[in-house]
Design a protein around this ligand. Structure first.
Ligand code: MN
Length: 310
């Protein structure tokens, strides 16, 4: 049974508001494997949207995966990494116990198109050291398809980037009339996001911008009626309950409250005013050097306690 998850439009925030299509998490689905977040955007003309201007903000308990189809984003983080995120190249940031970063599309970017995903770290690894990895996977070909496998193993291509739970992620271009049954691993569950084209997943029609969910252990068959561009994600079900709030993945309400307080303590002065980016205090989330945007304050906590979700 293929479940169709609809995107919802969310302003990304920051100084100007570029809009993304969010397909994870959803009320009915929090996770696909350890994948807990999927934002899809563009192709957007940067002169209309203002591009990506995400000032320094914190993360815990997750990895961010940036994968672009078009444009370039400059990444800076508090672990001292500075990278240009380009189409067809994986940039994976491990937040672990705490990191902060900024993401800004470069001046020469006219069109921005891609995805950002988050991976929840299993409990045993969620306090791991912050880290950053870059990997440009080869393009592999088959009958009527091209693929880049950037995490895990699929279609005869294996990513050397280590993950903390079994995962897979690949970008696929399918010619019209192609039917592909990727070699999935058991008991993975999968998601297929349609960037463009006319696609059926296990016989179910998946429209542009929708995310199809395929349950653990089910075979995955992707048929393209027309030239189609899709993203495939998958993984072993995490089997843990998580609390997701703002940029944090934790296990309970109090842990998220603590992370929020730690971040606000770094970026506000004694009067509660947000400090300049050059003046934020060092602490759990470190300092993003070379950035000029003011850091992003956390929103207020909701009145109700956050509930863990599986
Ligand atoms: Mn981020």
């Amino acid at each position: 049974m293929t479940e169709i998850l609809e995107p919802r439009e969310v302003p990304l925030g920051g100084l100007r508001a570029m809009t993304v299509r969010r397909t994870l998490p959803q009320r009915q689905r929090s996770l696909i494997g350890a994948w807990c977040f999927l934002d899809h955007y563009g192709p957007d003309r940067v002169d209309e949207t203002g591009g990506m201007l995400v000032a320094p903000h914190p993360h815990i308990g997750l990895q961010t995966v940036s994968w672009l189809f078009g444009g370039t984003i400059e990444h800076r983080d508090s672990a001292g990494n500075h990278a240009l995120v380009k189409p067809g190249e994986l940039n994976l940031m491990t937040a672990g116990r705490g990191i902060s970063h900024s993401e800004i599309s470069t001046d020469d970017t006219t069109e921005l198109h891609g995805v950002q995903l988050w991976v929840a770290l299993p409990a045993a690894y969620r306090d791991t050291e912050p880290a950053f990895r870059h990997y440009a996977p080869p393009v592999v070909h088959g009958q009527g398809w091209d693929a880049q496998v950037f995490l895990g193993s699929m279609l005869g291509s294996e990513s050397p980037v280590e993950t903390f739970s079994p995962l897979v992620a690949a970008e696929l271009i399918l010619d019209g009339g192609t039917s592909l049954t990727p070699d999935t691993q058991t008991p993975f569950e999968h998601g297929v996001l349609v960037d463009f084209g006319l696609v059926r997943v296990n016989g179910e029609e998946v429209k542009q911008h929708q995310l199809a969910y395929v349950a653990p252990g089910e075979a995955l068959e992707i048929e393209a009626a027309d030239l189609s561009h899709v993203l495939v994600i998958g993984g072993r079900p995490l089997g843990e309950e998580i609390v997701m709030w703002w940029n944090f993945v934790g296990r309970d309400h109090d842990e998220v409250v603590q992370a929020r307080e730690d971040w606000m303590a770094q970026i506000t002065d004694n009067f509660g005013t947000i400090r300049d980016s050059s003046q934020i205090y060092d602490g759990r989330f470190g300092i993003v050097s070379g950035d000029h945007l003011p850091p992003i304050p956390a929103p207020a906590m909701p009145n109700a306690r956050l509930k863990p979700r599986a």
